[in-house]
Ligand binder design. Structure first.
Ligand code: FES
Ligand code: FES
Length: 127
């Protein structure tokens, strides 16, 4: 199988790799795994007082498509409201990265990760 140019670009130059302090109130964290392949993705968002995601970062232990999906997602969510970020669909990631059918679950991992990071932020802030 060959990776698309965009996957390789994110794989070789991943955007926003890192982590934020898990205990900060303005940070939402998720850790999701794909049972079928064992890949693990950690995604974090930093939310400002207006409810806008001002920063995002990730760490992914997994395949090139999972790394590219999470890297792309961190770029997409920056500047978005929580509701806008909740509406990001894995199918948009598949389209942007040109993922083949066997790699669709990698994009689902990224969609799960942002949904759970937002849920974590909301529960910390009683929303
Ligand atoms: Fe997980 Fe892709 S099978 S590395
Ligand atoms: Fe499992 Fe990519 S092969 S997340």
């Amino acid at each position: 199988m060959s990776y698309s140019k965009k996957v390789l670009d994110h794989y070789e130059n991943p955007r926003n790799v890192g982590s934020f302090a898990v205990n900060s109130k303005n940070v939402g964290t998720s850790l999701v795994g794909a049972p079928s392949c064992g890949d693990v993705m950690k995604l974090q968002i930093k939310v400002n007082k207006k409810g806008i995601i001002e920063d995002a970062c990730f760490k992914t232990y997994g395949c090139g498509s999972a790394i590219a999906s999470s890297s792309l997602l961190t770029e997409w969510v920056k500047g978005k409201s929580l509701n806008e970020a909740l509406n990001i669909k894995n199918t948009s990631i598949v389209k942007e990265l040109n993922l083949p059918p066997v790699k669709i679950h990698c994009s689902i991992l990224a969609e799960d990760a942002i949904k759970k990071a937002i849920a974590d932020y909301n529960s910390k802030n009683n929303k």
